[in-house]
Design a protein around this ligand. Structure first.
Ligand SMILES: CC(C)(COP(=O)(O)OP(=O)(O)OC[C@H]1O[C@@H](n2cnc3c(N)ncnc32)[C@H](O)[C@@H]1OP(=O)(O)O)[C@@H](O)C(=O)NCCC(=O)NCCS
Length: 173
């Protein structure tokens, strides 16, 4: 790992920082390809302090910050067991969110977060790691492919009033 990138577990006391980072990275990633009203509708439900605190307090979910030179550059959300949004397989982990701030993209922050997720899964002796990605998110799909993920299905996802298709991808460990 480049020695200026650190991965640090997010605690409930960091909820406000995580909330701001979640909203910023979500809008930066998807606003240019989506209806602003659908983006706001989704964000208004998903990115509130009580919701983030609830997720942080779920023993089957873990959030991690990527820090570059001490500054928060991105984050990762892992779900185990019943916290997984689908499958809910005790032998699997879901990468529900992996987001890097625009200004830190292309500096291997995403790669370090994904490799950290794989280490966590390996240390728990899980069989595979999986995720859902919007079919039009070609950048992330390219990133997942080079990390060894392959498609295995799809599911529908509501972004506000817009029904979208997520590709489900997994990597065996
Ligand atoms: C997808 C994302 C997490 C990748 O993180 P990143 O820090 O920009 O990527 P990295 O710099 O770590 O790149 C890691 C490797 O992937 C490669 N890569 C990155 N994007 C790629 C792409 N679109 N196609 C092919 N390869 C890609 C890099 O070249 C690098 O390869 P290397 O290890 O051989 O040097 C980041 O772009 C992001 O946050 N995007 C917006 C949010 C998002 O879409 N999240 C996923 C939601 S499902």
């Amino acid at each position: 790992m480049p020695n200026n990138i650190q991965i640090s577990k997010v605690n409930v006391k960091d909820a406000a920082t995580l909330l701001e980072l979640s909203r910023t990275t979500f809008f930066d990633a998807f606003l240019h390809q989506n209806n602003p009203a659908d983006m706001e509708a989704y964000a208004a439900a998903a990115f509130t302090l009580p919701k983030i605190q609830l997720e942080l307090n779920n023993p089957d979910s873990e959030f991690y910050f990527a820090l570059v030179g001490g500054a928060v550059a991105g984050y990762l959300k892992l779900n185990y067991n019943a916290a997984q949004t689908e499958l809910k397989d005790a032998h699997a982990v879901e990468v529900e969110r992996i987001y890097v701030l625009n200004s830190f993209q292309g500096q291997q922050v995403g790669k370090q977060l994904m490799e950290f997720a794989m280490q966590q899964a390996t240390s728990r002796q899980l069989k595979y790691i999986w995720l859902g990605v919007w079919e039009h998110n070609t950048k992330a799909i390219g990133f997942y492919k080079i990390k060894g993920f392959g498609p295995f299905g799809s599911h529908n996802f509501m972004l506000g009033s817009d029904e979208q298709t997520d590709i489900l991808m997994k990597k065996e460990l």
